[in-house]
Design a protein around this ligand. Structure first.
Ligand code: SF4
Length: 409
């Protein structure tokens, strides 16, 4: 069994990925003329421009765009595909906002509104405590919970389950709790970090364009505030993920600009570990004018993200949103992360996701093998990795490829 370590910024990326990509791309002359400048930019490890991003988006042969993204992924990670062992616990569905795309939030007096006590929160984790190393917690903007509630929640969780990484709070939750508590986002994050908060999950980015935000999520943090909150986290050594919700009312240009904003922040601070693009799911929400992303669009979005975000290490196929089968395909279009075991999830399922919630690590490994990948269990911060091997205890009922048949870093 092979294990290895990395650090929170390089996140397991092959240090020689640019030279590797140069080789994998082969001669530029084999690519269509429209893509040759892009291939040349990729092979020297430079960032594509927004205009080049649009060319990729509009290029008709999606398989070729997917192929380029897959090579960019392979250069960094070989055939490795990462997943972790985690649990989602949503602490409350009570929210003072009412984003149009959100099927999860409830008003305080709604029949099915809930707010977990700290004891209830811990009891959700307890049955999984020996099998997970991360709890992922996001929820609504509760009108009464300030920094003290969250300090108590995180420190109780850390005391009871010291081995479990706490990934919690989207940017709008950070903004809300900071305002409730009379603190700057940075000071709030410092206090919560001291109480046990390890990282931010990246939710709440939607589309980083305030004209779109005013329509789909009026009252939420602005684009600049999203970037500033993640900058504040990075400045105190707290890694974060970043996301994009697409397929509502945004244009392709707004999607590409969103990617540019994320990578600009990353160039300065380097704290984003994973980008998670996911399409809008329409059930129980209030956005009839949404475009709804097709399967091809989802795969293209993942591929273009991989090619545009050359400074953000990981691209996730978010199973909770796009499903297991689409996620498997995404592994051929530049995604390298297959999400986690999850166990429980409400936000996407309220909006129509039917992704099964109780897969074992063995079953996740099978999905990855079937897509010709090598499953690698990672910790939350992408600093420790463990590749499955023939003697793994959950390898009994799946046929494992011999390790030397798989591209390896
Ligand atoms: S997306 Fe978040 S902030 Fe918006 S309504 Fe839903 S729970 Fe509230």
């Amino acid at each position: 069994m092979k294990s290895w370590a990395s650090d929170v910024q390089t996140c397991g990326v092959n240090a020689n990925w640019i030279a590797e990509l140069d080789q994998l791309l082969g001669p530029t002359s084999q690519y269509p003329t429209d893509l040759q400048d892009i291939v040349n930019t990729l092979r020297i490890g430079e960032m594509l421009t927004a205009e080049q991003g649009l060319i990729l988006w509009k290029f008709t042969d999606i398989n070729l765009i997917g192929h380029l993204a897959h090579l960019a992924k392979q250069a960094r990670f070989g055939s490795n595909v990462y997943f972790n062992s985690n649990l989602h616990v949503n602490q409350t569905n009570i929210c003072t906002l009412a984003c149009k795309f959100c099927a999860f939030r409830r008003g305080k007096r709604a029949r099915d509104a809930y707010a977990l006590t700290i004891a209830e929160y811990l009891s959700r984790i307890e049955p999984y405590q020996n099998s997970i190393d991360e709890v992922h917690t996001v929820g609504g903007l509760h009108p009464e919970w300030d920094v003290e509630y969250y300090e108590e929640l995180f420190s109780a969780c850390k005391t009871r389950f010291p081995h479990i990484h706490i990934k919690s709070l989207s940017a709008v939750e950070v903004k809300h709790i900071a305002e409730m508590s009379g603190l700057s986002p940075r000071d709030l994050l410092i206090r919560l970090q001291q109480s046990g908060l390890d990282s931010l999950p990246g939710g709440g980015a939607e589309i980083l364009d305030d004209d779109v935000r005013d329509i789909i999520c009026f009252g939420k943090e602005t684009s600049d505030e999203y970037i500033a909150i993640h900058r504040a986290a990075h400045s105190i050594g707290m890694p974060t993920n970043c996301t994009m919700l697409f397929g509502t009312i945004e244009t392709v240009e707004q999607r590409i600009n969103h990617l540019c904003k994320l990578r600009d922040l990353q160039s300065n601070y380097g704290g984003f570990q994973c980008f998670v693009p996911y399409p809008y799911l329409p059930d129980n929400s209030r956005l009839p004018e949404a475009q709804l992303a097709s399967s091809s669009e989802i795969l293209r979005m993942i591929a273009v993200s991989r090619l545009m975000l050359n400074n953000i290490p990981h691209i996730k196929a978010y199973r909770m949103n796009i499903g297991d089968r689409m996620s498997e395909l995404a592994l051929h279009f530049g995604a390298d992360d297959f999400d986690g075991t999850v166990g429980h999830e409400e936000i996407m399922h309220e909006a129509g996701s039917q992704t099964y919630l109780s897969y074992s690590k063995r079953q996740l490994a099978k999905f990855i093998f079937d897509s010709n990948g090598m499953p690698v269990q990672r910790n939350s911060n992408y600093t420790n990795f463990r590749r499955f091997d023939d003697d793994d205890d959950y390898g009994n009922s799946i046929i494992l490829p011999t390790l030397n048949s798989v591209v390896n870093l």
